[in-house]
Design a binder for this molecule. Structure first.
Ligand code: ATP
Ligand code: NCN
Length: 214
């Protein structure tokens, strides 16, 4: 089996240090390349403060200087809600049927999986890596989701190399209690989110401007 490819989608409004650190730790844990995919029109939430192009520019700036985490802008090319099943299907077509593909989601996002568009099909196309997140430990999952994953759970990254899709792996990452909501609130209040977001986001004043405007 070849090395897995991992996809980490998000609204990234804006990207922050927890996104970066957990994606990095997942890349290490899985020995995978990780692509970060800003959603153009995120399903199931209010529309973001910054445009898709602005959020992608923030991700691009945040990732400068390293190669392991890569920006993938494919969701910006599609009309309508950025459904993850469509993204996975596109990537699966590109990489072929054999390579392990891993969808990375935070524990909070995973708990809401049964509300996602064609959620059951996600397991046909990819594995799911569930990243721990402070404040989202151990809550009961919906019964349907528990049933779906009962026989799919695995305990180590090596298991994800045995097939192309269909397993669920919990990935314990450094607990970092940072959220994009917190960063937006600081900026809206005229405060400085330094060291909650990468320094690169301050290099160009335009990057964080959408969050500072009244
Ligand atoms: N601190 C964190 N630890 C682990 N996973 C996280 C963390 N922050 C975000 N994620 C995960 O990153 C993905 C993208 O999250 P998103 O862009 O919505 O950020 P957020 O901080 O949750 O934003 P918001 O506060 O606007 O809801 C989701 O799968 C989410 O669960
Ligand atoms: O496909 C769906 O129906 C779906 C519903 C909710 C969230 N998602 C995806 O999950 C990822 C995290 O979402 P969010 O809202 O926490 O940024 C992001 O890539 C979203 O596009 C996808």
């Amino acid at each position: 089996m070849t090395r897995p490819l991992a996809l980490f989608g998000g609204t990234f409004d804006p990207i922050h240090n927890a996104h970066l650190r957990v994606a990095w730790e997942a890349a290490e844990a899985l020995d995978a390349d990780v692509r970060l995919l800003p959603a153009s029109v995120p399903p199931h939430r209010d529309q973001p403060r910054a445009s898709a192009q602005q959020r992608a520019a923030l991700v691009r700036a945040a990732l400068a200087g390293q190669q392991r985490l890569v920006l993938d802008t494919r969701e910006l090319q599609r009309e309508g809600p950025s459904y993850t099943i469509d993204t996975l299907a596109e990537v699966r077509d590109e990489i072929g049927t054999e390579r392990p593909l891993v969808l990375l989601v935070g524990a909070d996002a995973f708990a809401g999986l049964t509300s996602w568009h064609r959620w059951r099909e996600l397991f046909d196309v990819a594995h799911i890596g569930v990243l721990t997140r402070p404040g989202h430990e151990g809550g009961a999952l919906p019964t349907e989701l528990r049933t779906k994953i009962a026989s799919r759970r695995c305990a180590d990254a090596a298991s994800l190399r045995e097939s192309a899709a269909g397993r669920v792996l919990p990935i314990a990452v450094t607990p970092l209690e940072i959220s994009a909501s917190q960063v937006r609130a600081l900026l809206a209040a005229g405060r400085d989110p330094r060291w909650l977001v990468p320094d690169a986001l301050f290099a160009n004043p335009d990057l964080l401007a959408p969050y500072r405007e009244g």
